[in-house]
Design a binder for this molecule. Sequence first.
Ligand code: ADP
Ligand code: MG
Length: 339
Amino acid sequence: MYKRQFTQRMAIDLGTANTVIIKEGKIVIDQPSYITMNRKTEKIEWVGSEAYRRVGKENNDLLTVRPLRDGVVADLNATEHMIRGFIQMARTKKSLFPSALKVVVSVPSGSTDVELRAVRDAAEKAGASEVYLIMEPMAAAIGIGLDVLEPKGNMIVDIGGGTTEIAVISLGGIVSNKSIKVAGDEFTNDIVDYMKAKHQIRIGEPTAEEIKKNVGSALPELEAGPDDYTVIGQDLASVLPKTITVSYREIAGCLEKSVQKIETAISNALDATAPELYADIFKDGVYLSGGGAMLKGLDKRLQDKFQIPFHVAEDPLYAVAKGTHIVLENSNTYSQLFK
Ligand code: ADP
Ligand code: MG
């Protein structure tokens, strides 16, 4: 008997900090890449925002983890559960016919074959009948709107949570790729450490993130700098609450070392780029994506240092997901990019 099968399609950006799923052009999942497991029963209690809400507030039986914290699939089992959880959330439930599922997943470019296999298996176990993988910098470039199939050098610097990925792309391939473990998380740690050392207060990661988003800066002088920002922490000595006001200038100083590490990595990547590709990059500029690209003054700082234009992607947090979705919807054009 004739049976119509409807195929659901999902583009999945499996980030170290955030997972984004786009379906039929709409963002259906945009949640922190966290899961909470029950240590005793090994049951997965929560995935995504629900897990994140409980970070640092678990009891002894519960453990909340970020399976991709360092940009690689560090914890295969946890990663698998997370992908399955997100795919289940994104799936259309009410359907008359059982539907097939096709997914394209973007993965960190430093992933090993074992890690790629794990991501593929997880998607299959979650019910995907067709699974394609694409490297994150490639997806970011496509999401930004660059023509990656042309014989032309494009440089992408994606500053996520766990890693900064620097890639040069030409003719549909990654010519060179470098991944360093200095990115958004490191900035956040710098702020936690700084508040302890300089102001003698203890703050949690979420508070440090807020400081970073409000007064995080890569330059000690900004044209229209943000107002000072006030936080409450716990005084190290008295254990009493203490209010501290910080300026972007102060935070620029505290992030300086980490920003320098990113600068050095970009410098090395530019140095290793063949002259013809470098000429293209010099002309069109370097593209910044990922949440870390929103650090104030970063584009200007890099532009001044390298004498090359640096452009922040339109929606830095969604560039990879957008590119993954474009590849999903135009699989024929981009089939050579799949891993
Ligand atoms: P990933 O792809 O690794 O999941 P994302 O691209 O989603 O990472 O970026 C997440 C990182 O971006 C986090 O460390 C977050 O704190 C940081 N971030 C988000 N917004 C800002 C902002 N306005 N300024 C600086 N950093 C930001
Ligand atoms: Mg990312």
